[in-house]
Design a protein around this ligand. Structure first.
Ligand SMILES: [Zn+2]
Length: 238
């Protein structure tokens, strides 16, 4: 009877240990850190694009100012040319040449402005998409974290139930058996007891000697495997 209780205790302790491992591994297995890495990557991309957009917009503003300056200069020159005060043909020719230069410069600046506006438009679409992606990952992450909390709560609940059950079980077991169990469990990764099946120790798979086998007919005798040292237990009919 004592050995059977001890066996039950071992089963309980093994399942509790498995549960503890599951609790420890839950955060890793939840995939939260991978998701967080993904989020950081997206946020970095977003910052880089924001920076690039800022630069483009700044350049655009400068180009627009350049354009305005050219327009102003050209108007001033035009007023002078057609103001009737310049009679010198040579001077008028030079002015006309300057007008042509202004036109070319204006065209160049306008082309660059258009090019830049297209780039800005493209990046604005991309950054919008990126923001949506970030929002999605953030939502997923929140959901995953919530699920982890629920899962951990559940696992911890089961574990504490097991611990209560253990307390009750321990009360029924003699100290001599308990102490032996504790020492052996520590030594054999929780498997202090080994079941004997077909005269083989379930712990180390070695045949038990005739002498040990004979002792096993006493249900409460503490018989140890001569090979691995585990406490042997023989269930009825085996
Ligand atoms: Zn053994």
């Amino acid at each position: 009877m004592q050995l059977e209780l001890l066996w039950e205790l071992q089963e309980l302790d093994l399942s509790a240990a498995a549960l503890k491992r599951k609790i420890e591994e839950a955060p890793v297995k939840s995939g939260i850190s991978e998701k967080e890495e993904e989020l950081t990557g997206l946020q970095d991309d977003y910052s880089a694009m924001e920076e690039s957009l800022k630069k483009y917009r700044k350049t655009l503003r400068q180009l627009e100012m350049d354009e305005q300056r050219i327009i102003d200069d050209r108007r001033e020159l035009k007023d002078k040319m057609y103001g009737g005060k310049v009679g010198n043909v040579k001077e008028l020719e030079q002015m006309q040449h300057r007008m042509d230069q202004f036109a070319a410069e204006k065209k160049k600046v306008e082309d660059r402005i258009l090019e830049l506006m297209e780039l800005i438009e493209e990046e604005e679409v991309q950054i919008k998409e990126l923001a949506e992606k970030i929002k999605k990952v953030e939502d997923d992450l929140a959901e995953m974290k919530e699920k982890l909390i629920v899962d951990l709560d559940e696992l911890n609940g089961i574990l504490s139930e097991k611990m209560v059950e253990r307390e009750k079980m321990v009360d029924k077991i003699d100290n001599v058996y308990l102490r032996k169990y504790t020492v052996l469990a520590e030594k054999h990764q929780g498997k202090a007891l080994a079941r004997v099946e077909n005269d083989i120790c379930g712990g180390c798979r070695v045949f038990i000697s005739d002498g040990q086998r004979g002792k096993l007919y006493n249900q409460d005798a503490m018989v140890y495997c001569e090979n691995c040292g585990r406490l042997l237990i023989r269930f009825e009919g085996q």
